[in-house]
Every structure is written in C-alpha cells, then in structure tokens.
Design a protein around this ligand. Structure first.
Ligand SMILES: O=C(O)c1cc(=O)[nH]c(=O)n1[C@@H]1O[C@H](COP(=O)(O)O)[C@@H](O)[C@H]1O
Length: 259
C-alpha cells in the first residue's frame, strides 16, 4: 500500500444527511471511498450521493444490495448508473442472470456481488437452509458471481484468502466485518482486524461504526489508515494484526488503534 488515501470505505450509516456529509468531510482526507447504504438512500434518494461526495474526489460506493428478477434489477441499476458510483452492490444469491443484467445496465460502475452477509454465522446459515461452513457458500457464490461478470465481491475478511484463490487477482475483494482489536463486534459475526483483512488479500475494507461512532471520526479513520500503512510496509502480519477481535466479543466499543 502506498501513501495516499487508505483502501477503506467508510459506511455512512447516518440517520440524517447533515451527519453523513460531516462524517464524509472528516474522513475523506484519509480514505479512498465512502459508502451510502439503504438508510440514507431510502430517506434522501439520489441527492445524497452529491452531498457526501462534496468537492472531494472520494469514490462513492452505493450499497443498495439489489435482489430481484433480472429485468427489475437491470432497471434499478440503470436508474442509479447516472450517479456514477464506483461500486453498486447486488446479492449474489439473486443468480447469474440477475448479476449479468446489473453488469450490462451499469457499464461505468463495478458491480459488487455480496456473497454471505458478515452478520451471519454457521448456525444462522443452517437455519436458512445453507448447511455447512459459511466459507463453502461464500466460495460457491463468489465463483457464480464472477462467472456472471461481477467485477467485485463482498465477503468477510475470514474468507478473503480463499475467495482470492478461487477467483484470481483481477476481482476487487471488498470486506465488511472489520473490527480493530478490542472493538465491539455489534451485529457482525464473521470478523477480523483491518490488518488481518489487508493481509488476507482484501482490496477495500468497509468500516462503519468503529469510525463513525468514535468521538473524532477523522482521527479514527487516520489511525486505522496509518496502521494499515505499517502492515503494508512489511510488519509481520500476525504482529501487525494484534489481538483478534474474537477475543474481545464483549469489550465496550473501543477507539481504533491509534496511528
Ligand atoms: O455490502 C455491504 O457493505 C455489507 C455486506 C455484509 O456482508 N456485511 C456488512 O456489514 N455490509 C455493510 O458494511 C457496513 C458495516 O458497518 P459496521 O458494522 O458499522 O462496520 C454496513 O453498512 C453494512 O451494511
């Protein structure tokens, strides 16, 4: 990783536009991307994209997790393509025809297929009829999505290495479920630290509440960005990764590691 904004997409899961725009302006000096999700988009619509972009050159990741029949997803992808998001999410479980329809409808945007939500553990998956470890379903859906033309995949950092081995170097691997050592896991189940995610081959780390919930989101983003730079600078991955967040499931919401 070279100097410049870190490969982090800050999830702007804010209840109002002013808060989202403030978080975006605080973090954009330090990160490459900001993510607009369902909460903001459903409340404010397309205008939210310009608001969080501001005057910066930050990439916008539009996380709408589309999942419907191919014609409907094509129409939805076409509708948002004019906003020129760098990424648009669809659920890989929508199947290859749906993914292909999204790819065709938004040629200037990378379609990112969500494999298995990072909030789901193996027991949750068994309950919804996907028996076996999450990694099996992730690997299967990753291959299916890339075969249908998806240029990016969303998986947990725990599966990043196996997905990379499955799909090769050209697909952008995006990993939510990122928690600095000691931070509260909240509703995330399959997690790793930022340093572990990077070492596993992730290209873009989605991080929300550990940054936006900090007293100073700009400083939190800067701290994680500089920790990643140290990892990429050659510190042994395990040393850089520190304690696994699994070891601190009940820890209070922590400030990220200081840079
Ligand atoms: O598509 C996503 O971005 C996504 C996929 C997934 O499997 N898990 C997941 O948490 N996300 C998103 O990543 C963000 C994670 O936020 P934090 O848990 O606050 O770091 C949220 O905006 C989620 O909607």
């Amino acid at each position: 990783m070279t100097a410049g904004p870190a490969p982090i997409a800050v999830a702007l899961d804010a209840p109002d536009l002013e808060t989202a725009a403030r978080w975006a302006s605080l973090v954009t000096p330090h990160v490459s991307t900001v993510k607009v999700g369902l909460e903001l988009y459903l409340r404010y619509g397309p205008d939210v994209v310009a608001s969080v972009r501001g005057a910066s050159r930050v990439q916008v990741f539009l996380d709408l997790k589309l999942h419907d029949i191919p014609a409907t997803v094509a129409g939805a992808a076409r509708a948002v393509a004019r906003l020129k998001p760098a990424y648009l999410t669809v659920h890989a479980a929508g199947g290859p025809a749906m993914i292909e329809a999204a790819v065709r409808a938004a040629p200037g945007t990378r379609i990112a297929a969500v494999t298995v939500l990072t909030s789901l553990g193996d027991a949750d998956l068994a309950g919804i009829g996907l028996a076996g470890p999450a990694s099996d379903a992730v690997r299967r859906l990753a291959a299916l999505a890339v075969g249908a033309g998806a240029q990016a995949l969303v998986c947990s950092p725990q599966e990043a290495a196996l997905v990379r081995a499955e799909v090769g170097p050209d697909v952008t691997l995006i990993t939510p479920g990122v928690r600095p050592a000691g931070a509260d896991l909240q509703d995330q189940a399959r997690v790793a630290t930022p340093e572990q995610a990077l070492a596993a081959g992730a290209d873009l780390l989605v991080i929300g509440r550990p940054i936006t919930g900090a007293a100073d989101p700009g400083a939190a983003a800067a701290g994680i960005a500089s920790a990643l730079r140290r990892t990429a600078g050659g510190a042994p991955a395990e040393e850089a990764a520190g304690r696994s967040p699994e070891a601190s499931r009940s820890a209070p919401a922590g400030a990220p590691a200081e840079g």
